[in-house]
Write a protein that binds this ligand. Structure first.
Ligand SMILES: Nc1ncnc2c1ncn2[C@@H]1O[C@H](COP(=O)(O)OP(=O)(O)OP(=O)(O)O)[C@@H](O)[C@H]1O
Ligand SMILES: [Mg+2]
Length: 259
């Protein structure tokens, strides 16, 4: 079923709980109406890919989800709680339950891989036992196949390795939701596929729910259970990869043309 309508609230992935619920979300910056009326949901264990042109507001949307940007109006609930109503303690808890993989790598260049991975644990302060911390770091690096890089500096790593370390650093707090902002941008096709498969592996292993923002159609194909297209401030289309790709609506299928 392909939907193209003003507001998309329902979904058809499974009967799992809704972990992210967004209705009529608005956000503007100095008269620039970026998000005009965005509605969407994400279910437990579901991977939702968001497509949309550069500058359309994809990063703004997912920054709202973790309270890095406050919307002007609308409903935004994560795990059933309004993000704008959260106090700083609740926001800290939210940010351990919702991992954010930023556009770009955002690794700390002056820290080793080990220190980069330790950082969220130290900030979170719930785990202090050095042996437990070491175990979590090794575990997270095993997940991304980079245990050997533990003592390296980011400058010694390739772009794809840095992305994987970024994923490992997010995984270390065992988030229930992961927001990936363009995880494969700037990578060669083979490395992009590796990252896409890693996203899929994480979904299967941890039953995590994810939003994946991507221009990479191969990544979208591999990772998505459902896709949304953000355009001019609203979600203009929803469906599976194949539904949207084969849509009779040329405006929708044009997003899937590679030439
Ligand atoms: N903190 C901010 N202050 C002012 N304007 C902002 C801010 N953050 C984003 N914007 C504006 O909001 C719009 C959407 O930006 P956003 O980064 O969400 O785009 P995007 O869809 O993620 O693009 P890309 O695909 O290039 O990453 C842009 O016009 C941007 O300039
Ligand atoms: Mg962006």
């Amino acid at each position: 079923m392909i939907e193209q309508k003003e507001n998309i609230i329902n979904n058809s992935f499974n009967n799992g709980e809704i972990v992210i619920e967004i209705e009529h979300l608005k956000k503007s910056f100095n008269g620039n109406n970026v998000l005009k009326d965005v509605s969407m949901t994400v279910n437990e264990s579901e991977n939702v890919v968001i497509l949309g042109k550069s500058g359309i507001g994809k990063s703004v949307l997912i920054k709202c989800i973790v309270g890095l940007i406050y919307p002007d109006s609308g409903l935004l609930k994560v795990f059933g709680k309004e993000v704008v109503a959260m106090n700083s303690r609740e926001l800290n808890i939210l940010r351990t339950r919702v991992g954010f993989i930023f556009q770009g790598n955002a690794l700390y260049d002056s820290m080793t891989v080990r220190e980069n991975l330790e950082f969220p644990l130290r900030r979170n302060k719930t785990i202090t036992d050095p042996q437990v911390i070491e175990g979590l770091i090794v575990d997270a690096l095993e997940n991304v196949g980079l245990v050997d890089a533990i003592d390296k500096m980011p400058s010694e790593l390739s772009g794809g390795m840095k992305k994987r370390i970024g994923v490992a650093r997010t995984l270390i707090l065992k988030p229930e939701i992961i927001l990936y902002d363009e995880p494969t941008t700037g990578l060669d096709p083979l490395t992009s596929r590796e990252i896409s498969n890693l996203i899929l592996k994480i979904q299967n292993k941890y039953k995590a729910s994810s939003i994946i923002i991507s221009h990479d159609l191969n990544c979208a194909k591999i990772t998505s259970n459902r896709m949304l297209i953000l355009h001019e401030g609203i979600m203009r289309a929803e469906g599976t990869f194949d539904e949207l790709k084969n849509s009779d609506d040329e405006w929708i299928s044009s997003y899937f043309k590679i030439d």
